[in-house]
Design a protein around this ligand. Structure first.
Ligand code: FEO
Length: 170
């Protein structure tokens, strides 16, 4: 076993947080789908899958380093929202919270002089910068459109999806 007990336990808690984020995003996606906002729903479905992948990445690391995998209980997600902006605000807060948690894990890895864990966590640090920025941007777009004009947000997300699909131009 090359991972400390303290970091092992903190990573198990983080695995729970990533699965909780995944389930929360499924709930947000369902809320958007019920409102007829299919592209917002698809965006959060995709995000739910990414969160699940984050949990699996941590599980694989624990297995590779001889740690113990103990997945904690996952709390029920919030399923009802007063508005689309409220749901995206909650998602942004969730990403900021995950960033703080990743920073705590990194602090333990530094204290442990566990360079392999630091290498893994550096990936998460960079990922969180991207996820907070993306969610912050989505919130700005939702607020700018306003609840009455969310169809513009759907159109915006459709344009983004087609740009990703076509890739960089020649
Ligand atoms: Fe895995 Fe969005 O944090």
């Amino acid at each position: 076993m090359t991972i400390s007990e303290k970091l092992n336990e903190a990573m198990n808690a983080q695995i729970g947080a990533e699965f909780a984020a995944s389930i929360q995003y499924v709930a947000v996606s369902a809320y958007f789908a019920a409102e007829g906002l299919v592209r917002l729903a698809a965006r959060f479905d995709q995000q739910a899958n990414e969160e699940r992948d984050h949990a699996l990445k941590l599980i694989k690391y624990l297995l590779d380093t001889g740690g113990k995998v103990r997945i904690p209980a996952i709390p029920a997600p919030k399923c009802e929202f007063g508005s689309v902006a409220e749901a995206v605000e909650m998602a942004l807060e969730q990403e900021k919270q995950v960033t703080r948690q990743i920073n705590e894990l990194m602090a333990i890895a530094v204290e442990d002089r566990d360079f392999a864990a630091q290498n893994l966590l550096q990936w998460f640090v960079a990922e969180q910068v991207e996820e907070v920025a993306n969610m912050d941007n989505l919130l700005k777009v939702v607020r700018r459109a306003g609840e009455e004009n969310l169809i513009y947000v759907e159109s915006y997300l459709g344009d983004q999806a087609s740009q990703v699909a076509s890739g960089p131009g020649e």
